[in-house]
Design a protein. Structure first.
Length: 95
């Protein structure tokens, strides 16, 4: 199986549904599980300055592989899913 597809299927297998009424972030253990998995994978891929805050903010740096002063780019995402829909037994349709 393709490594990217394998990772995607692993990510969606984790229940990251938010828990309504909870004041802490991330609000569920499943969200922490995904964050720790992502942190581990970023480190394995050779990214540097990989940090995970107590509020669930995961940051990492991919060093430049070309010479010179070039612009940086950032990617922002979140690991939770809506509290209105279950995050269990997700079965993505891959075509």
């Amino acid at each position: 199986m393709d490594k990217l597809l394998e990772r995607f299927l692993n990510y969606v297998s984790l229940d990251t549904q938010s828990k309504a009424g909870v004041r802490q972030v991330p609000s569920t253990e499943g969200q922490w599980k995904l964050l720790h998995l992502l942190k581990e994978q970023l480190e394995e891929m050779g990214l540097i300055n990989v940090t995970l805050s107590e509020k669930g903010t995961l940051m990492a740096t991919l060093p430049a592989n070309v010479p010179g002063d070039i612009p940086a780019i950032g990617f922002i995402s979140h690991v939770d899913t809506s509290p209105d829909c279950s995050g269990k037994n997700v079965n993505p349709q891959i075509g």
